[in-house]
Design a protein around this ligand. Sequence first.
Ligand SMILES: [Zn+2]
Length: 266
Amino acid sequence: MDCSDTRRLIDASLDGELDLPAQLALEAHTAACAACREAYARRRALVRRVRVGGESFAMPDALRRRLLDSLPQGEPSPNPVPAPVRRWPWGKAWSWPWAWLTGGLSLASAALAVALTLVVIMPGRDAALERDLVDAHLRSLMADHLTDVPSSDRHTVKPWFNGRIDLSPPVPDLAEQGFPLAGGRLDYVDGRPVAVLVYRRARHVINLFVWPEPADPADAPRFRGAQGYNVLHWTGPGLALWAVSDLNRGELEDFQRLWSQASRSS
Ligand SMILES: [Zn+2]
């Protein structure tokens, strides 16, 4: 088995897809060939870091290529000339390229770990936030604490937040469009107080959580289901907005569109 055969088999081996003779041949080659051993180790480290806690997140191919390219290559020429062996005072063999490679690798793998952590943690953080929001939604329904200021009048609800929270959320009136305002309250989500606007749609409740957050205007609304509830996230000028409801997706998206249009003029 030569180097290019080996490289082709590395992924299959890490996926547990090689039969025993092929696996043994791969191991025999990597035991003897430093370049392939290194390639195998890099690939294994990459796979291990992407599979965290039993969950896999697909890394975009372009990112994987960039990360792998950023690692030192350390590929010896096809017929490397053996370097003269130097020795430590206690007799152990010492070699320049290996010491250099190890140092370079640990820097590069630190960078790789940071990049992969970002890729892996971000979905987790959003999922935790969504759970928090759905929990707050459920609390508001079960503890009979839907509103601190029960009112369908936006001129009552909007000023109620003054002095209670560092935010004056837009409070559009959507009664004519079938989403009457039921009031507002303060809640506690993701470790901070947030404003909540409560709207109704027939017998359904929509909790709209609002907090200040620098917004990326390119952010499109994102729909998620969590614990049997529908969660819709979007951003306004300097605001993060999360609507949680048992309302169906279509009507929740109607609500989002109407709320965003009306909030620009309220
Ligand atoms: Zn090789």
